[in-house]
Design a protein around this ligand. Structure first.
Ligand code: BGC
Length: 337
Protein backbone atom coordinates (compact mmCIF):
# COMPACT_ATOMS: atom_id res chain seq x y z
CA UNK A 1 0.00 0.00 0.00
CA UNK A 2 2.79 2.35 1.03
CA UNK A 3 4.60 1.55 -2.21
CA UNK A 4 1.60 2.23 -4.38
CA UNK A 5 0.94 5.60 -2.72
CA UNK A 6 4.56 6.50 -3.32
CA UNK A 7 4.17 5.34 -6.91
CA UNK A 8 1.04 7.42 -7.45
CA UNK A 9 2.67 10.43 -5.82
CA UNK A 10 5.73 9.93 -7.98
CA UNK A 11 3.61 9.80 -11.10
CA UNK A 12 1.70 12.85 -9.98
CA UNK A 13 4.81 14.89 -9.32
CA UNK A 14 6.32 13.77 -12.62
CA UNK A 15 3.39 15.40 -14.39
CA UNK A 16 3.22 18.35 -12.06
CA UNK A 17 5.51 20.74 -13.93
CA UNK A 18 3.65 20.11 -17.16
CA UNK A 19 0.24 20.33 -15.53
CA UNK A 20 1.34 23.47 -13.73
CA UNK A 21 2.49 25.32 -16.83
CA UNK A 22 -0.49 24.24 -18.91
CA UNK A 23 -2.80 25.40 -16.17
CA UNK A 24 -0.94 28.69 -16.02
CA UNK A 25 -0.93 29.08 -19.79
CA UNK A 26 -4.63 28.42 -20.04
CA UNK A 27 -6.31 31.76 -20.13
CA UNK A 28 -3.24 33.84 -19.33
CA UNK A 29 -3.63 37.24 -20.98
CA UNK A 30 -0.82 38.46 -23.17
CA UNK A 31 -0.92 41.70 -25.16
CA UNK A 32 0.52 42.08 -28.64
CA UNK A 33 0.98 45.49 -30.24
CA UNK A 34 2.04 45.52 -33.89
CA UNK A 35 2.99 48.49 -36.10
CA UNK A 36 1.12 47.50 -39.25
CA UNK A 37 -0.65 44.81 -41.23
CA UNK A 38 0.07 46.45 -44.56
CA UNK A 39 3.22 44.41 -45.06
CA UNK A 40 3.23 40.65 -45.53
CA UNK A 41 6.01 40.36 -42.98
CA UNK A 42 3.84 41.67 -40.15
CA UNK A 43 0.84 39.66 -41.30
CA UNK A 44 3.00 36.55 -40.87
CA UNK A 45 4.16 37.56 -37.38
CA UNK A 46 0.56 38.03 -36.27
CA UNK A 47 -0.57 34.71 -37.75
CA UNK A 48 2.26 32.77 -36.12
CA UNK A 49 1.73 34.29 -32.68
CA UNK A 50 -2.03 33.81 -32.83
CA UNK A 51 -1.64 30.14 -33.79
CA UNK A 52 1.00 29.57 -31.13
CA UNK A 53 -1.12 31.26 -28.46
CA UNK A 54 -4.16 29.26 -29.47
CA UNK A 55 -2.25 25.98 -29.22
CA UNK A 56 -1.14 26.89 -25.71
CA UNK A 57 -4.52 28.19 -24.55
CA UNK A 58 -3.18 31.73 -24.13
CA UNK A 59 -5.60 34.63 -24.36
CA UNK A 60 -3.66 36.80 -26.84
CA UNK A 61 -5.06 40.32 -27.27
CA UNK A 62 -3.82 41.92 -30.49
CA UNK A 63 -3.74 45.58 -31.50
CA UNK A 64 -2.41 47.09 -34.75
CA UNK A 65 -1.38 50.75 -34.74
CA UNK A 66 -1.17 51.40 -38.47
CA UNK A 67 2.11 53.32 -38.15
CA UNK A 68 0.73 55.80 -35.63
CA UNK A 69 2.86 56.34 -32.51
CA UNK A 70 0.19 58.00 -30.35
CA UNK A 71 -2.40 55.40 -31.36
CA UNK A 72 0.07 52.73 -30.24
CA UNK A 73 0.37 54.36 -26.80
CA UNK A 74 -3.43 54.48 -26.46
CA UNK A 75 -3.85 50.89 -27.63
CA UNK A 76 -1.19 49.67 -25.20
CA UNK A 77 -2.81 51.58 -22.33
CA UNK A 78 -5.94 49.72 -23.23
CA UNK A 79 -4.15 46.35 -23.21
CA UNK A 80 -2.64 47.22 -19.83
CA UNK A 81 -6.06 48.01 -18.42
CA UNK A 82 -7.33 44.67 -19.74
CA UNK A 83 -4.92 43.02 -17.30
CA UNK A 84 -2.36 41.48 -19.65
CA UNK A 85 0.56 39.92 -17.79
CA UNK A 86 3.07 40.48 -20.56
CA UNK A 87 3.17 42.91 -23.47
CA UNK A 88 4.84 41.94 -26.74
CA UNK A 89 5.55 45.31 -28.31
CA UNK A 90 6.81 46.03 -31.83
CA UNK A 91 7.07 49.82 -31.75
CA UNK A 92 6.27 52.12 -34.62
CA UNK A 93 8.36 54.86 -33.03
CA UNK A 94 11.29 53.42 -31.09
CA UNK A 95 11.86 56.34 -28.76
CA UNK A 96 8.33 57.50 -28.00
CA UNK A 97 7.33 53.91 -27.22
CA UNK A 98 9.45 54.14 -24.04
CA UNK A 99 6.35 55.78 -22.50
CA UNK A 100 4.55 52.48 -23.04
CA UNK A 101 7.23 50.65 -21.08
CA UNK A 102 6.89 53.22 -18.25
CA UNK A 103 3.18 52.49 -18.04
CA UNK A 104 3.57 48.72 -18.30
CA UNK A 105 6.25 48.59 -15.61
CA UNK A 106 4.10 50.72 -13.28
CA UNK A 107 1.30 48.19 -13.73
CA UNK A 108 3.67 45.26 -13.02
CA UNK A 109 3.63 44.07 -16.63
CA UNK A 110 6.70 42.58 -18.31
CA UNK A 111 7.62 43.75 -21.81
CA UNK A 112 9.23 41.99 -24.76
CA UNK A 113 10.36 44.48 -27.39
CA UNK A 114 9.54 42.53 -30.54
CA UNK A 115 11.68 42.71 -33.68
CA UNK A 116 12.20 46.48 -33.22
CA UNK A 117 13.95 47.79 -30.13
CA UNK A 118 12.19 50.33 -27.93
CA UNK A 119 14.93 52.87 -27.21
CA UNK A 120 15.62 55.35 -24.40
CA UNK A 121 13.85 53.44 -21.64
CA UNK A 122 15.52 53.16 -18.23
CA UNK A 123 13.41 50.12 -17.29
CA UNK A 124 14.05 46.39 -17.42
CA UNK A 125 12.65 44.60 -20.44
CA UNK A 126 13.75 42.06 -23.04
CA UNK A 127 14.50 42.40 -26.74
CA UNK A 128 13.71 39.63 -29.21
CA UNK A 129 14.75 40.09 -32.81
CA UNK A 130 17.20 39.02 -35.47
CA UNK A 131 20.77 40.20 -35.56
CA UNK A 132 19.91 43.37 -37.41
CA UNK A 133 23.42 44.75 -37.88
CA UNK A 134 24.16 41.38 -39.50
CA UNK A 135 21.16 41.87 -41.82
CA UNK A 136 22.72 45.13 -43.03
CA UNK A 137 26.14 43.51 -43.34
CA UNK A 138 24.71 40.75 -45.52
CA UNK A 139 23.03 43.34 -47.76
CA UNK A 140 26.15 45.53 -47.93
CA UNK A 141 28.48 42.61 -48.57
CA UNK A 142 26.23 41.29 -51.33
CA UNK A 143 25.83 44.58 -53.19
CA UNK A 144 29.49 45.61 -52.95
CA UNK A 145 30.54 42.20 -54.29
CA UNK A 146 28.13 42.60 -57.21
CA UNK A 147 29.03 46.25 -57.80
CA UNK A 148 32.42 47.11 -56.29
CA UNK A 149 32.62 50.34 -58.29
CA UNK A 150 29.89 52.66 -59.45
CA UNK A 151 27.05 54.97 -58.62
CA UNK A 152 24.93 53.96 -55.62
CA UNK A 153 21.51 54.86 -54.30
CA UNK A 154 21.38 54.12 -50.56
CA UNK A 155 17.90 53.86 -49.08
CA UNK A 156 17.26 53.25 -45.39
CA UNK A 157 13.99 52.38 -43.65
CA UNK A 158 11.84 54.57 -41.45
CA UNK A 159 13.85 57.00 -39.29
CA UNK A 160 11.55 56.14 -36.38
CA UNK A 161 12.59 52.47 -36.51
CA UNK A 162 15.80 51.55 -34.70
CA UNK A 163 16.21 48.60 -37.06
CA UNK A 164 16.53 50.97 -40.00
CA UNK A 165 19.60 52.48 -38.34
CA UNK A 166 21.08 49.06 -37.58
CA UNK A 167 20.53 47.79 -41.13
CA UNK A 168 22.18 50.92 -42.52
CA UNK A 169 25.05 50.69 -40.06
CA UNK A 170 25.73 47.10 -41.13
CA UNK A 171 25.54 47.84 -44.84
CA UNK A 172 27.76 50.91 -44.59
CA UNK A 173 30.55 48.79 -43.11
CA UNK A 174 30.96 47.53 -46.67
CA UNK A 175 29.81 50.50 -48.77
CA UNK A 176 31.48 53.22 -46.66
CA UNK A 177 35.15 52.28 -47.18
CA UNK A 178 34.65 51.92 -50.95
CA UNK A 179 32.92 55.29 -51.05
CA UNK A 180 35.85 56.81 -49.18
CA UNK A 181 38.25 55.27 -51.64
CA UNK A 182 36.25 56.89 -54.43
CA UNK A 183 35.26 53.58 -56.06
CA UNK A 184 31.65 54.07 -55.06
CA UNK A 185 29.81 57.34 -55.53
CA UNK A 186 26.71 57.65 -53.35
CA UNK A 187 24.33 59.97 -55.18
CA UNK A 188 21.44 59.53 -52.78
CA UNK A 189 21.37 58.55 -49.11
CA UNK A 190 17.85 58.76 -47.70
CA UNK A 191 15.57 57.32 -45.04
CA UNK A 192 12.15 56.24 -46.37
CA UNK A 193 9.20 57.54 -44.39
CA UNK A 194 7.27 54.70 -42.74
CA UNK A 195 9.06 52.22 -45.00
CA UNK A 196 6.57 53.16 -47.73
CA UNK A 197 7.16 51.59 -51.16
CA UNK A 198 5.62 54.65 -52.87
CA UNK A 199 8.11 56.88 -51.07
CA UNK A 200 11.00 54.65 -52.18
CA UNK A 201 9.71 54.80 -55.74
CA UNK A 202 9.61 58.59 -55.62
CA UNK A 203 13.16 58.80 -54.29
CA UNK A 204 14.40 56.39 -56.93
CA UNK A 205 12.69 58.42 -59.66
CA UNK A 206 14.46 61.52 -58.38
CA UNK A 207 17.82 59.76 -58.29
CA UNK A 208 17.37 58.46 -61.84
CA UNK A 209 16.39 61.88 -63.18
CA UNK A 210 19.20 63.70 -61.38
CA UNK A 211 21.78 61.22 -62.70
CA UNK A 212 20.51 60.70 -66.27
CA UNK A 213 19.59 57.12 -65.34
CA UNK A 214 23.21 56.29 -64.55
CA UNK A 215 22.68 54.30 -61.35
CA UNK A 216 24.66 51.09 -60.92
CA UNK A 217 23.32 49.71 -57.62
CA UNK A 218 20.51 50.22 -55.13
CA UNK A 219 20.70 49.37 -51.44
CA UNK A 220 17.03 48.89 -50.59
CA UNK A 221 16.51 47.94 -46.93
CA UNK A 222 13.51 45.62 -47.42
CA UNK A 223 11.34 44.01 -50.06
CA UNK A 224 8.68 46.72 -49.85
CA UNK A 225 11.10 49.55 -50.61
CA UNK A 226 12.89 47.35 -53.17
CA UNK A 227 9.56 46.94 -54.95
CA UNK A 228 9.12 50.71 -55.09
CA UNK A 229 12.65 51.28 -56.39
CA UNK A 230 12.23 48.53 -59.00
CA UNK A 231 9.04 50.16 -60.31
CA UNK A 232 10.99 53.37 -60.88
CA UNK A 233 13.75 51.38 -62.61
CA UNK A 234 11.17 49.53 -64.74
CA UNK A 235 9.72 52.82 -65.96
CA UNK A 236 13.16 53.57 -67.42
CA UNK A 237 13.65 50.07 -68.84
CA UNK A 238 16.26 49.35 -66.19
CA UNK A 239 14.56 46.67 -64.07
CA UNK A 240 16.86 43.64 -63.91
CA UNK A 241 19.83 45.70 -65.11
CA UNK A 242 20.59 47.39 -61.80
CA UNK A 243 21.20 45.16 -58.74
CA UNK A 244 18.76 45.87 -55.90
CA UNK A 245 18.85 44.36 -52.41
CA UNK A 246 15.87 43.51 -50.19
CA UNK A 247 14.80 41.86 -46.95
CA UNK A 248 11.93 39.79 -45.51
CA UNK A 249 11.52 37.05 -48.13
CA UNK A 250 8.05 38.34 -48.95
CA UNK A 251 6.24 36.57 -51.77
CA UNK A 252 6.50 39.64 -54.03
CA UNK A 253 10.24 39.84 -53.36
CA UNK A 254 10.71 36.13 -54.13
CA UNK A 255 8.76 36.53 -57.38
CA UNK A 256 10.99 39.45 -58.39
CA UNK A 257 14.10 37.40 -57.59
CA UNK A 258 12.86 34.56 -59.78
CA UNK A 259 11.99 37.03 -62.55
CA UNK A 260 15.39 38.69 -62.20
CA UNK A 261 14.40 42.24 -61.21
CA UNK A 262 15.45 41.97 -57.54
CA UNK A 263 18.86 40.52 -56.73
CA UNK A 264 18.48 39.18 -53.20
CA UNK A 265 16.45 39.23 -50.04
CA UNK A 266 17.17 38.41 -46.42
CA UNK A 267 15.28 35.51 -44.89
CA UNK A 268 14.27 36.11 -41.29
CA UNK A 269 12.05 33.21 -40.33
CA UNK A 270 9.08 34.89 -38.68
CA UNK A 271 7.81 31.45 -37.68
CA UNK A 272 10.75 31.09 -35.30
CA UNK A 273 10.49 34.67 -34.07
CA UNK A 274 6.77 34.47 -33.32
CA UNK A 275 7.13 31.13 -31.58
CA UNK A 276 10.01 32.41 -29.47
CA UNK A 277 8.01 35.52 -28.50
CA UNK A 278 5.16 33.44 -27.12
CA UNK A 279 7.62 31.18 -25.33
CA UNK A 280 9.36 34.18 -23.73
CA UNK A 281 6.06 35.79 -22.80
CA UNK A 282 4.90 32.59 -21.11
CA UNK A 283 8.13 32.29 -19.14
CA UNK A 284 7.79 35.92 -18.01
CA UNK A 285 4.14 35.38 -17.08
CA UNK A 286 5.28 32.51 -14.90
CA UNK A 287 7.89 34.72 -13.27
CA UNK A 288 10.81 32.85 -14.82
CA UNK A 289 13.89 34.81 -15.89
CA UNK A 290 15.12 34.45 -19.47
CA UNK A 291 18.68 33.40 -20.14
CA UNK A 292 20.01 35.56 -22.97
CA UNK A 293 23.54 34.26 -22.46
CA UNK A 294 24.88 37.71 -21.84
CA UNK A 295 23.69 39.08 -25.18
CA UNK A 296 22.60 42.74 -24.98
CA UNK A 297 21.68 45.62 -27.28
CA UNK A 298 22.19 49.21 -26.16
CA UNK A 299 19.00 51.32 -26.13
CA UNK A 300 20.75 54.75 -25.75
CA UNK A 301 20.34 54.49 -21.96
CA UNK A 302 21.12 50.92 -21.01
CA UNK A 303 21.89 47.46 -22.27
CA UNK A 304 18.75 45.44 -22.94
CA UNK A 305 19.09 41.64 -22.60
CA UNK A 306 18.49 40.29 -26.07
CA UNK A 307 17.67 37.14 -27.97
CA UNK A 308 18.81 37.57 -31.57
CA UNK A 309 18.03 35.01 -34.27
CA UNK A 310 20.10 34.48 -37.41
CA UNK A 311 19.27 36.08 -40.78
CA UNK A 312 20.21 34.44 -44.13
CA UNK A 313 20.90 35.73 -47.63
CA UNK A 314 18.58 34.45 -50.35
CA UNK A 315 19.44 34.76 -54.05
CA UNK A 316 18.15 33.06 -57.18
CA UNK A 317 20.62 30.23 -56.47
CA UNK A 318 19.38 29.17 -53.04
CA UNK A 319 15.79 30.47 -53.10
CA UNK A 320 14.20 27.05 -53.55
CA UNK A 321 16.19 25.48 -50.74
CA UNK A 322 15.76 28.38 -48.32
CA UNK A 323 12.20 29.50 -48.93
CA UNK A 324 10.30 26.71 -50.66
CA UNK A 325 11.79 23.54 -49.18
CA UNK A 326 11.47 25.10 -45.73
CA UNK A 327 7.76 25.64 -46.38
CA UNK A 328 8.02 29.40 -45.93
CA UNK A 329 6.64 30.15 -49.41
CA UNK A 330 4.62 27.97 -51.76
CA UNK A 331 6.31 26.93 -55.00
CA UNK A 332 3.22 27.53 -57.15
CA UNK A 333 2.90 31.07 -55.86
CA UNK A 334 6.57 31.96 -56.40
CA UNK A 335 6.70 30.39 -59.86
CA UNK A 336 3.28 31.54 -61.00
CA UNK A 337 2.73 31.70 -64.72
C1 BGC B 1 11.63 44.93 -39.81
C2 BGC B 1 11.67 44.55 -41.26
C3 BGC B 1 10.53 45.23 -42.00
C4 BGC B 1 10.48 46.73 -41.69
C5 BGC B 1 9.27 47.39 -42.28
C6 BGC B 1 11.65 46.43 -39.69
O1 BGC B 1 11.65 46.82 -38.37
O2 BGC B 1 12.70 44.35 -39.13
O3 BGC B 1 11.57 43.16 -41.38
O4 BGC B 1 10.68 45.08 -43.38
O5 BGC B 1 10.50 46.94 -40.31
O6 BGC B 1 8.12 46.93 -41.68
Amino acid sequence: MKRSIAFVLGLFSAFLPLAGSTALAAGVKIGLSLPTQREERWVNDKKVMEAEAKAKGIDLRVQVTDNDASKQVAQCENLISQGVKVLILAPHDASSASVIIDKAVKAGIKVVSYDRLVTDSPHDYYYLSFDNVKVGELQGEYITKRVPKGTYVVLAGSPTDNNAKLFREGAMKFIGPLAQKGDIKIVMDQFVKDWQPAEAQKLMEQALTANQNKIDAVLAPNDGTAGGAIQALAAQGLAGKVPVTGQDAELSGAIRIVQGTQSMTIFKDTRLLGKKAIEMAMALAEGKPIDTQGKVVFNNKKDVPSVLLTPFVVTRENLDAMLIDSGYLKRERVYRK
